[in-house]
Design a protein around this ligand. Structure first.
Ligand SMILES: *[C@@H]1O[C@H](CO)[C@@H](O)[C@H](O)[C@H]1NC(C)=O
Ligand SMILES: *[C@@H]1O[C@H](CO)[C@@H](O)[C@H](O)[C@H]1NC(C)=O
Ligand SMILES: *[C@@H]1O[C@H](CO)[C@@H](O)[C@H](O)[C@H]1NC(C)=O
Ligand SMILES: *[C@@H]1O[C@H](CO)[C@@H](O)[C@H](O)[C@H]1NC(C)=O
Ligand SMILES: [Fe+2]
Length: 435
């Protein structure tokens, strides 16, 4: 058999949507895919996105179709006037018959906080700008998972952009390329207007895996090449789990699709990372992962259970404030929970897998609703976590009512490290009456 025919057969096997066949819930009709094109010269940047990399630094990532473009970023605080520059690296990857463009990553800084920087990638093409996060409270995070690239995605992104925020957190499932590599490029172009303006911090979902037996056994080829996160800076040896600090908040991105058992690298890394958290510097402690540990939707029941059994106690003992998950295409907010029961010093669990992907919504819920589930609804939308100060934050869920964005759920949250009653937390911020 000719080699190309064999490859086509292998690809056909990959494209069979096996995991859809068994689902027995009805989904609200998804909207069509939005495929975006690059309309500039081959040397011009496309798929530009930025991410935080250590204190005061930002990583700029972009793709060029032309190979011989320098990995250089020119930047400054005044449009068109670039008094600083930085050089980085470029890479590319193969996936069966597909060869990616040149993928550039350049770290720039040190940067001033809460400042708009104007920048140009590779010495040509349009100017972009981003805003750095502040150094002091308050700070606003957008949280949205399972984004995809449909018309629903577009409206979610417009709603996200319609009001100001500092950092976007994505708990997995980005492009839904599902081995069709050009869809990674299209996704990069779709999110560029947003991801080039604010740092996007992501972790992996099942749709990032793209594992193929024998040929790509470890998977994550496209994801790791295109969306490198600051894992080395946080002592991790894998792009699939890492942590970072921003304005009094320590954020841990866990990997639902890499080993998390007690003897795994991820588990050991998490243990070390949690031990280093100083709640007097970062009173807020937030975790993101893909497959939810608590979920009363019929979709994906039990898929997060083995990870919960391995890691929940560690998070509880550290006083994690909130755990965000995706995967289930709906919104659900739980009360503070530990070991399946309401617990005043446990994390608040939130499922926010409702960005707008092509698979549609997960409509069916377990009845009756468990008492620990406080709000659940199968609609597309996004969440916002506004951390006001070291003790208070406000969470809101913004549903996509067709093209309008409507606040459908909201709650004030008190930081666990500020609650004297939560004695399990080591290194917590002492309240004045405890001093
Ligand atoms: C990437 O860029 C840095 C900084 O320019 C350089 O030190 C390093 O050797 C490069 N790495 C590779 C793999 O080319
Ligand atoms: C941030 O807070 C510190 C401590 O209160 C203060 O010294 C500093 O001036 C603040 N920085 C900004 C940019 O507001
Ligand atoms: C995002 O919001 C900014 C600020 O309002 C605006 O300038 C920009 O055009 C918006 N981007 C898109 C793609 O709508
Ligand atoms: C923190 O913010 C909350 C809500 O706005 C406010 O009630 C509280 O007094 C603030 N605490 C401090 C220490 O500023
Ligand atoms: Fe998923």
């Amino acid at each position: 058999m000719p080699r190309s025919l064999l490859l086509l057969l292998l690809l056909a096997v990959v494209f069979l949507p096996t995991h859809h066949a068994s689902v027995d819930f009805t989904r609200q009709p998804p909207r069509p895919l939005v495929y975006t094109y690059h309309d500039g010269p081959e040397s011009h940047p496309q798929q530009v996105h930025v991410s935080l990399v250590g204190k005061q630094y930002m990583k700029i990532s972009w793709v060029t179709e032309e190979r011989n473009v320098a990995s250089i970023v020119n930047y400054g605080k005044i449009p068109g006037k670039y008094d600083s520059s930085a050089t980085g690296n470029s890479t590319s990857y193969h996936y069966f018959l597909y060869t990616s463009g040149e993928i550039h990553h350049v770290t720039i800084g040190p940067l001033d906080p809460a400042t708009i920087y104007y920048y140009r990638c590779g010495g040509s093409g349009p100017e972009f700008n981003f805003q750095t996060p502040p150094v002091n409270f308050s700070i606003e995070f957008v949280v949205v998972g399972d984004l995809g690239q449909t018309e629903w995605t577009s409206s979610t992104l417009e709603h996200i952009n319609a009001s100001n925020y500092d950092v976007l957190l994505l708990p997995g499932d980005l492009s839904y390329a599902d081995t069709q590599q050009p869809l990674w490029d299209s996704f990069g172009r779709l999110v560029q207007p947003y991801a080039s303006r604010r740092p996007w911090m992501v972790t992996q979902g099942n749709h990032e895996q793209e594992i193929f037996p024998i040929i790509y056994p470890k998977g994550f080829k496209a994801y790791n090449a295109r969306w490198p996160m600051p894992y080395e800076e946080s002592g991790s040896n894998s792009n699939l789990y890492y942590s970072f600090d921003v304005v009094g908040t320590h954020i841990i991105m866990l990997g639902s699709y890499t080993d998390f058992s007690v003897d795994s690298d991820q588990y050991k890394w998490l243990m070390n990372d949690l031990a280093k958290v100083d709640r007097s510097l970062t009173p807020w402690l937030i975790v993101l992962l893909h497959a939810p540990w608590y979920n009363s939707n019929m979709a994906h029941q039990g898929e997060g259970e083995s990870m919960r059994l391995a890691m929940e106690k560690m998070l509880y003992d550290s006083g994690v404030d909130m755990v965000f998950a995706g995967h289930v295409h709906a919104y659900e907010r739980f009360t503070r929970v530990y070991a399946n029961n309401a617990a005043p010093c446990g994390p608040i669990y939130i499922t926010i897998g409702d960005g707008g992907n092509r698979e549609g919504l997960a409509m069916a819920y377990k009845e009756p609703s468990p008492s620990i589930s406080l709000f659940r609804e199968a609609s597309f939308g996004h969440g916002r976590l506004r951390i006001i100060n070291e003790t208070h934050a406000h969470w809101s869920w913004h549903r996509n009512d067709d093209s309008a964005s409507v606040v459908a759920d909201g709650v004030w949250i008190e930081c666990l490290s500020s609650l004297p009653s939560c004695g399990q937390i080591k290194g917590k911020v002492p309240k004045h009456d405890e001093l």
